[in-house]
Design a binder for this molecule. Structure first.
Ligand code: AMP
Ligand code: GLY
Length: 472
């Protein structure tokens, strides 16, 4: 079987690595892939014209799939899904894993996603939607001045509030409606912060069309958990959602949850504080109504889904859907998958998830991310990466490359990447999140010790990481 993985990050490297272990897979293509995917067994990077979020790139990929008798394509990131790659492939009769453009609105419009949650009773925080700056600002002013109606779902009626603490104990969460690459959520602790967020999104247009409509949400305190899942929903058939083991990303740049939001500084799986009652609550009040909603709305969704949860005691609130696997959660979850990923993909395509033998290895994975100096702002690029091989052979840790490529003028990918190592000077940094080290241990503590031991063997100028991935 021949499979294309579309995307260029650490998530796609992890997908390629896991798929390459399947006896059913004869050939893998990463489109365009990165310095890690190109060295994996059976895998070849295919640099095609345009990227798969553009019409030109989609045509080129489709053409490639036809000419090379590719059996199916897996789409890693959200941008091609938002741009309708699944619709284009399905129209041409090519098998592809991901939701169509309409179903992808669960991620591409937060207002749409919230309305969907409200329609089907998916447990989530209160919210209001604004497309006019003045109205949003008025709302924020009232909230921070205490003379306001509280956040109520859009009932129309303004409700007088009993006295509440002033200034308000909770910040307001201001979110851009559209895709914003992790830059669309501001937690405003004061009117000044709220006003500047609203101004930059709605007036200055810093996020373009994505910030023209915004949501103001109630702030939910708790611990975040990511649940990745395989989904097979097609009109007219009973749908299926198969959840994976829970994972936890660490989104703030600095240890202890401080500093700016990033694409993710490291992940662990499973999550020690998420089992039993909260897990049951997730199934009952989030997963089940989500599936019912997808069926009722006759969505075409054969792909992966990410539930971003806030867990308070035993209760789960859904913060967001992503219509794809999480990054870096995938790098922490896939090393624990005790099943053939290619078989799982076929079950997604054929609607056979209910009989799929999903199993997980014992133990835990800790997967810290190494980033380039300056990230998440402007960051250094082009620095050679060196790796102490012993750090990886001792710990059996795995290196998943995200933002690193071959130095210009080099044609051969380092084969040693497939053994979880990068030989010295074979790759240079090219992105903000450069790589993830994923180590497995019989306990979280052991996984964490091994991951940091291996990471200590990786160096490039300006390397930075969080020291506390999985520490609490
Ligand atoms: P999102 O893009 O919706 O996942 O938001 C990015 C991050 O902002 C989340 O991972 C949370 O850390 C935080 N966040 C989003 N919505 C809320 C909320 N309603 N309450 C508290 N934190 C939130
Ligand atoms: N780790 C969060 C995401 O993939 O969006």
């Amino acid at each position: 079987m021949k499979v294309v993985v579309a995307g260029a990050g650490g998530r796609e490297h992890a997908l390629v690595w896991k798929l390459s272990q399947s006896p059913h897979i004869t050939k893998l293509f990463a489109a365009p892939g990165n310095g890690g995917t190109g060295g994996e067994a059976k895998c070849e990077n295919i640099p095609l014209p345009g990227d798969s979020a553009s019409a030109e790139g989609q045509e080129a990929l489709l053409d490639f799939c036809k000419k090379n008798q590719v059996d199916y394509t897996i789409v890693g990131p959200e941008a091609p899904l938002a741009a309708g790659i699944v619709d284009r492939f399905r129209q041409a009769g090519a098998a592809i894993i991901g939701p169509d453009q309409n179903a992808a609105r669960l991620e591409t419009s937060k207002a749409h996603a919230k309305a969907f949650m409200e329609r089907y009773g998916v447990n989530s925080g209160k919210f209001r939607i604004f497309s006019e700056y003045e109205a949003a600002l008025h709302y924020a002013k009232k909230y921070f001045r205490q003379d306001s109606p509280d956040l109520e779902p859009r009932t129309g009626a303004l409700r007088e509030q009993p006295a509440r603490p002033f200034p308000p104990a909770s910040p307001l969460v201001i979110k851009a409606d559209g895709l914003a690459g992790g830059k669309g959520v501001i937690i405003a602790h004061s009117l000044g912060e709220a006003e500047s967020a609203l101004h930059s999104f709605m007036r200055e247009g810093v996020l373009g069309a994505a910030g023209k409509t915004i949501l103001i949400e109630e702030f939910l305190a708790g611990r975040e958990v990511s649940i990745l899942a395989a989904v097979s929903v097609s009109p007219g058939k009973p749908g299926q959602i198969l959840p994976f083991i829970p994972a936890r990303d660490h989104k703030s740049r600095f240890s202890g949850g401080t500093g700016p939001n990033t694409g993710g500084m490291g992940a662990i799986a499973p999550v020690p504080d998420f089992s039993g009652a909260p897990q049951q609550d997730f199934i009952t009040r989030i997963l089940t109504p989500t599936l019912r909603g997808m069926e009722q709305e006759k969505l075409e969704y054969r792909g992966f889904l990410f539930f971003g949860l806030m867990v308070k005691d035993t209760q789960c609130f859904l913060l967001e859907y992503n219509v794809r696997l999480g990054d870096p959660e995938t790098q922490a979850v896939l090393p624990l998958l005790d099943a053939d990923l290619s078989d799982l993909c076929r079950a997604v395509l054929l609607g056979k998830l209910d009989s799929f033998p999903l199993a997980w290895k014992a133990g835990a994975v800790c997967a810290p991310v190494a980033v380039a100096e300056g990230y998440p702002g402007a960051y250094r690029k082009g620095d050679p990466i060196t790796v102490a091989a012993e750090a990886f052979s001792h710990t059996k840790a795995r290196l998943f490359i995200a933002g690193a490529s071959l130095p210009s003028g080099t044609a051969q990918y380092p084969q040693a990447v497939s053994a979880g190592r990068v030989p010295p000077h074979s790759l240079v940094t090219s992105g903000g999140r450069v790589l993830t080290v994923a180590a497995r241990g019989s306990t979280h503590e052991e996984a964490r010790a091994k991951a940091y031991q291996a990471l200590a063997g990786v160096s490039f100028t300006g390397i930075a990481c969080r020291e506390d991935i999985g520490a609490s």
